[in-house]
Design a protein around this ligand. Sequence first.
Ligand code: ZN
Length: 414
Amino acid sequence: MKDIVQKLDLADETAGRLDWLGEFGKDPEGGVSRLLYTKEWVEGQHALKQWMESEGLDARFDEVGNLYGTLKGKNPNETVLTGSHVDTVTNGGRYDGAYGIVAGIIALKYLKKHFGEPVRNIEVVSMAEEEGSRFPYSFWGSKNIVGLAKREDVESIKDFDGVPFVEAMNNAGFDFKNNAEGRKDLKAFVEVHVEQGSVLETENTAIGVVNNIVGQRRYTVEITGQANHAGTTPMGYRKDALYASSHMIHEIISMARKVGDPLVTTVGKIDAYPNIVNVVPGKAIFTIDVRHTDKEAIVSFTEQMTDKMQDIAKEHEVEMNIDLWMDEDPVPMDQTVVELIEKQCEANGLNYKLMHSGAGHDSQIFAPVVPTAMLFVPSLKGISHNPAEFTEPSDLAEGVKALIGALYELGYKE
Ligand SMILES: [Zn+2]
């Protein structure tokens, strides 16, 4: 195994295929926009189907447009699945999602060539959608595969141009007749993805073996003070909503810095009202995003955070309304699959580290029902969801090698 894997020269092939896939939805100014059920998406999926067929895989779509390429095994009732999402954000990069599909097809090609028929099916999936960029719905592809998608979820939603979800799906050649049942044959899911952060690059490591996907809480905070004349209201008489907010933000971020990794906290959006140069702000609205790999840690941090904010609101004599609108638990990866991948990386002489994912992925939809793990490769400067997204071809190749090793263990061993 090691001899074969080490000898494979996958850098040009993988990078070349990513450039090829990036042509579908390529923006004139650089970057890729391949949103669910658009013309670019349809053309990309059909081109991938042809590629799968040309490598000797059995290719088929499911009813919503997830595309599968199967290397058939002796036992047709068990399947090891790999792959990722084919959709991008608007003006995104060529690697997010796409890399997992390209890596999967190339891995299956070499497994077939060097090891022949596996014990169970090994399958690559090009999932219809993950990003939620066209319609207000995320993980459409993976939720259909595991049986979490419901027709009523999408029946009334529309894109920014007012096109109904179902109409877009029908125009792309697909239809969602029944609530997805969920596949019963899946024995494991391994997703390969670009890190979208800078940990691997900073630590000079080719591969991240993901053992956990962070949980997150998101809040919207509304601070109400009193709008007033900027010239005639002495400092001591003010109820300045923006000043109170900035005090809170300072405290929240300082607290998070003290706690340190893997806790991360972000205030990424703030609006002040009336937002006029010579008026004391009467209202401010901002968001908070808190992430950690441990649920308890999220709960305890956010409790302290809210207490502190309440104290600050009192001090500034402003009203505070805090709304928790997202509360997702961390998702641990399957320990057995993670260890198997670690062993495989060691056996094949690959440079890896265990790490968590700070971003959400299709794997979090699979993990509660299918033994799941993820592999990361470095992202240049941690840049993602951006035309400048880039991974060195040599790192892309290392990720494919790690995937080949993992799929061999999962698909060829009794
Ligand atoms: Zn992605």
